[in-house]
Design a binder for this molecule. Sequence first.
Ligand code: F0G
Length: 451
Amino acid sequence: MNDNLHTLRCFGCGARSSGAESRPDFRCAACGDLFEVEYAGWSQRKGHDRPNPGALKWLWRERRSSSESLDLSGVWRFRELLPILDNFGNAVTLREGNTPLYQLKRVSKALGMDQLFAKHQGMNPTGSFKDTGMTAALSVARERGFEWVACASTGNTSAAMAAYAARAGMRSLVLIPEGKIAWGKLAQAMDYGAVTCQLKTDFDGCVRVLTQTVKQSPIYLLNSVNPYRLEGQKTPAFEIAEAFDWSVPDHLIVPGGNLANSSALGKGFRELCELGLVSRLPRISVIQAEGANPLARSFAKSNGTVFEPVEAHTRATAIRIGNPASWRKAARVIQDTGGWCLDVNEREIAVAKAEIGAEGLGCEPASAVTLAGLKKLVAQGKVAATDSVVLVLTGHTLKDAEYTIGFHSGTLLNDQELSGHEGEVEALRRNAVPVDASAAAVLDVVKASVR
Ligand code: F0G
């Protein structure tokens, strides 16, 4: 069986290559830009050969009640739209995807909206959206016979890669910026058996070193410059469309770091539209942290056409990225869908994270930029109360417990960040209280909490 129908197409100059010919750094030999996976057959097929939207919708839904390993994956359940392997039997899966779409009831009420949802990608096997991309790209690495895989990471990619490599019996190499990733993520890389190097540089520096490393050794690069990562990461778009009964929400809001996820979700919706599974695209907006906002700056100055990297600083360490690899792809998605790119400050991120926690969901700081961004878009009149909106929550709250404890114990934000907003922050804080070991003392605390 040959399930492979793809070619790679350069996003910059349009040059095509077969997947097997790609260079170790996945850059185009002619222009240095990134590749995108293309399925030329889809546009050429006519009549019976074109995928039948009705049949696909039925098949994908049926697979939800199957016990076959591939069908149990929320990525490979949609395998007709990611024919990237010679044999789907080579897929390495941990039952990723099929993540919940929750209604955000309290936040909706506060914003006067009634159709606000969170697609919680933190509910994946290793606790982040990276699993959906990793199952795709690591399966390609396995099929092509690689023994070693590697990534530079702010933490989540490395956790996902280490887990999938371990499942496949492969070795993994992780480069992370020293002291700049959340403990939960570092612990995962160690637990899943990766060779982990902490480099005295930032994420962008780790990417530079890894690019050199893979050119000197047969190690398969699993950063999101690898176009197969995006094939897995586009599948939440299919899940969202399915959950909306094959219509789409008005607006999707995604955090922006290295900018692959927004690119992938945009590709997913575009393909659904091209194949006639949905009839329109949602607006896709990308939100960055104020201290790591090169794309937001680019949109403010030149509508996403001219780009300058920044030196990145934010406590949302997952998106502490100053020179995002996929900025051109993400800019195209925002422009083509009529979305926006904004930035939000450290207090706005912390408050939004606490509000998502108070919904009983929780997420990591980088994910909370979506809610902080939504509030700005509503205030600017860009999102209407009647719009249906999906926030993509990218990571689980337990990834960065230190941040959460810092917020609730009052040590996270400094006076300058808090200034003028002390009441808003205080109302959300739920610190742990030291109490005498007596029922009376505990009940006093309960009474005091009913404000
Ligand atoms: N949210 C979380 C929790 C992330 O870990 C990342 C990226 C993003 C959002 C941004 O996604 O890069 O596709 O724009 N984390 C990377 C990592 C870079 O190494 O784990 P993006």
